[in-house]
Design a protein around this ligand. Structure first.
Ligand code: DSN
Length: 424
């Protein structure tokens, strides 16, 4: 292929991808869309600049304006997350995790975390950041019915193993972690407590989930682009008032794991923080309301929605089971749904053992749908589309066309200073 044709093909695919999401019902729980002002900050000259160091202490000239941006963003993050320390430089939630692991543990130390099979993130696993840092991982005993660590067994496990670091947080995250009791036990053993709030940062900041920094976490890490509706990136936060610990945390990102830390995304993150200060509480409560409504509506349509006895969810996620463990029913459901215009991801559920071919479930998220103005009524309509897609023989093209028409009413990003096109 000629280089020029390759570039043209790439740009066509970029446009097609935007159109695909514009015309679909996007339900990936880790995704969101940018507000017009955040997009403007991200699509700026900053995308090619460097600013190693901290505001006022740079290794490059030309950073005065960026110093202003980062200083405003740090102060805003400290207000939004109600904490004494914020680093907004990291380029992803995983990079924040690597920084926190570098600050809180050394190679050979013991760490406890949720296993990936139970919904833990890959950066909490041996194959991810925990392994890269050379830590010895012990996973929590899991309560499958409550979809959280088994408290009594986890308390015993922490007391018995006396880990150096106790890590909480998940990618499959329906309910707040029973953190206070577990963090107390960890501190009694001399362990540090880290909470990865990647998925639920917007809910934490909006007061709709749990408040890890007041429930015992020494460090809170997270993504800036899931329920927190900014550009892709991460946060590293703490309520410690120890300046030497702040320095250690800052150094863990630069020079620890980043050189250039993507200034355009930091600028976008700072704008997203400003918007969150004004609109975040409403956004967070609307997300949780919609997720609960979706769980209820899918259950009414006859789908097997997990955790019914706990009200399905207290987060932005809902889990559905579509067949027996390791049957791959979730994979097949995700495939059929995408053909019909609903974008989801297959997910392992309790009993599943094969991550690629066997998942029996779907993880459904509502942050993006909420952000384009959908409410409880739309969750009911979406559940009906699920029925048409997964419980009928109807041709996918007619469902897809109805979904495209349904979605055409939801094309504006809200909860921001200048609502505008969601899929420009
Ligand atoms: N793997 C992503 C998720 O979808 O949860 C987070 O990095």
């Amino acid at each position: 292929m000629e280089p020029r044709d390759a570039a043209a093909d790439i740009l066509r695919a970029v446009e097609d991808s935007g159109n695909h999401y514009r015309d679909s019902i996007p339900m990936i729980a880790s995704e969101n869309i940018l507000s017009p002002l955040v997009r403007k900050a991200c699509n700026s000259d900053l995308h090619g600049r460097y600013a190693e160091g901290l505001p006022g202490k740079r290794y490059y000239q030309g950073c005065d304006d960026f110093d202003t941006i980062e200083e405003i963003g740090i102060k805003s993050a400290m207000r939004v997350f109600n904490c004494n320390f914020a680093n907004i430089q990291s380029t992803s939630g995983t990079v924040s995790n690597i920084g926190a692991l570098k600050s809180l543990a050394k190679p050979g130390d013991k760490i406890t975390a949720v296993s990936t099979a139970d919904g833990g993130h890959i950066s909490h696993a041996r194959m991810g950041a925990v392994g890269v840092r050379g830590l010895n991982l012990i996973t929590y005993p899991w309560n499958e019915e409550r979809m959280e660590p088994d408290i009594d067994a986890s308390l015993s496990m922490i007391r018995e193993n006396e880990p150096n670091l106790v890590l909480f947080g998940q990618s499959v995250f329906l309910f707040p972690t029973p953190l206070e009791e577990l963090a107390d036990a960890a501190h009694e053993c001399g362990s540090k407590v880290m909470y990865d709030g990647a998925h639920v940062m917007g809910l934490i900041a909006g007061g709709m989930f749990q408040d890890p920094l007041r429930e015992g976490a020494d460090v809170l890490t997270g993504s800036s682009h899931k329920t927190f509706p900014g550009p892709q990136g991460g946060f590293l936060l703490s309520n410690s008032d120890d300046p030497s610990f702040h320095k250690r945390l800052n150094n863990s990102i630069f020079p620890g794991v980043c050189s250039s830390y993507h200034l355009h995304h930091v600028a976008g993150k700072a704008v997203a923080l400003a918007e969150f200060e004004q609109f975040g509480s409403d956004y967070a409560s609307d997300i949780v309301r919609n997720a609960k409504a979706l769980g209820e509506a899918l259950s009414s349509e006859g789908f097997d929605v997990l955790a019914e006895e706990r009200g399905f969810t207290e987060s932005h996620q809902v889990l559905t089971r579509h067949g027996a463990p390791d049957s791959g029913a979730g994979m097949m459901a995700a495939d059929r749904l995408e053909k019909c215009g609903i974008i989801t991801n297959m997910n392992m559920l309790p009993g599943d053992t094969k991550a690629m071919s066997g998942p029996s479930g779907l993880r459904l998220g509502v942050p993006e749908l909420t952000r384009v103005g959908m409410g409880v009524q739309e969750m009911t309509e979406i559940a009906r589309y699920f029925s048409r897609a997964l419980k009928s023989e109807e041709n996918h093209s007619s469902i897809k066309s109805d979904i495209s028409e349904f979605k055409s009413e939801f094309q504006t990003v809200s909860y921001c200073f200048e609502p505008g096109p969601a899929y420009p």
